[in-house]
Design a binder for this molecule. Sequence first.
Ligand code: HPA
Length: 270
Amino acid sequence: MYHKLMTCLNSVKEKIDLKPEVALVLGSGLGDFADEIKIVDTIAYTDIEGFPVSTVKGHKGRFVFGYVKKTPVVIMQGRVHYYEGYPMSDVVLPIRLMGMLGAKKLLLTNAAGGCNPDFQPGDFMVITDHIATAVPSPLIGPNIEELGTRFPDMSEVYSKRLQSVIENCAKECGIEVQKGVYVQFTGPNYETPAEVRLARIWGGDAVGMSTACEAMAAHHMGMEICGISCITNMAAGISKTELSHKEVQETADRVAKSFKELVTKIIVFM
Ligand code: HPA
């Protein structure tokens, strides 16, 4: 795995000079943030040797390098999901790559279903913690000693400092944010109502198909992490209607403008 990582890293470094400070992952329907920044360079995942390639509609599948105000960033416009069939070690490879390019801070975003009945579609949720029990750990397999320790602590995966940064930025933008625990399931199917009740009993506030595994891999290698879920729908059983990817994208589109404003501010203050 380390060898594969180094091959991808060298392939990217051949094409890119920019050393990012912040890494950003854009979730479903939130990808057009990357079109608004000062872009220096882009690399399609397909142009990186050995790189897993995203196949989801609405996910572009490229790294964007550039500046948000004065901060050098690397953005994943489209992530790799476990449900696409890749092993977890491949799913988190891009995250590790961004860390190895020099990004010490990571902002993860996603579209998620709300299982906290106080939430509404269109809400943003600051991720305070996650539950990844329903998916394999990305750290299973031989430990990559170059990245981190075999048995990493997970007491504060989502940096308290960065959670405050998000809350303060939201306040300045006049955007209300929720806080809560993200539960990762494998997807690609949405959850059953019983699974959503389980997530709620576990202490979850939102359910989704990504992010927690990425946060674990990033935390393992010492990155400082924060995350925002866009609650695009109420989760199955709470929602009165059937779930669809269309609904997810429509809600994401509806809040895109305030999302972009918020993310821009957060990156400046990270
Ligand atoms: N469940 C899982 N993933 C999701 C959902 C959901 O309800 N909405 C957006 N992504």
